[in-house]
Ligand binder design. Structure first.
Ligand SMILES: [Zn+2]
Length: 198
């Protein structure tokens, strides 16, 4: 029987996406055995992240500066804007160095089932960014799920009439495919073969 503290840690870890109670207990045991190395290191990193992470007011990315490193990087092409559902999608595209423009994080996807409406997402801010000018292309990089595609359609409609080219990721994406889970080759292919909306 584990102590209360260890049970509490296991329960906390089990709430993380992708971890269940069983893997959480294994992670705890692994940490307990490496108290001085891995556990101390993890604690330090968590503290740093907690103290320094901040959401970018411009794009919604999470970074240690606001505006974030992506928004302030002058080597990036400010005329090209890639719209993603979540920060994880931005990171996936950026890890692969596939897109050299800037991003806009919606903070989710439209969902009738979960009651997520346009005003719950960062769509108004996206329109403001585009209306402010200086952007030639908006790439809709939603997940290949029904909700992702509904969201892309909705945004394309809202952007209609604004002087930007609207493209979306190619249909090479597996149906139901979430960007964060795709390998870089598939992601690169979908981005290269992006096509105009409509
Ligand atoms: Zn940013």
């Amino acid at each position: 029987m584990a102590s209360q503290e260890i049970e509490a840690l296991s329960a906390a870890l089990a709430r993380l996406p992708g971890l269940g109670p069983r893997s959480a207990r294994r992670a705890v045991l692994w940490l307990v055995k490496r108290r001085e190395t891995a556990l101390v290191q993890l604690l330090k990193t968590l503290e740093e992240v907690q103290a320094r992470l901040i959401e970018c007011d411009v794009c919604g990315n999470v970074d240690t500066t606001n505006p974030c490193g992506v928004c302030t990087d002058q080597r990036r092409d400010a005329r090209s804007l890639c719209v993603v559902e979540d920060v994880a999608d931005l990171w996936a595209l950026d890890r692969a160095k596939l897109f050299t423009g800037r991003y806009h994080v919606l903070g989710g996807r439209l969902s009738a089932l979960e009651g997520i409406r346009p005003e719950d997402l960062s769509i108004g801010k996206l329109l403001e960014r585009v209306e402010a000018g200086g952007i030639d292309e908006v790439v809709l990089a939603m997940n290949a799920t029904l909700e992702g595609q509904t969201t892309a359609h909705y945004i394309a409609e809202r952007l209609e009439g604004l002087p930007v080219r609207i493209t979306q990721l190619a249909h090479g994406l597996p149906v139901g495919g979430e960007l964060d889970y795709l390998d870089e080759g598939t992601l690169a292919q979908a981005l290269r073969a992006r096509r105009p909306v409509g």
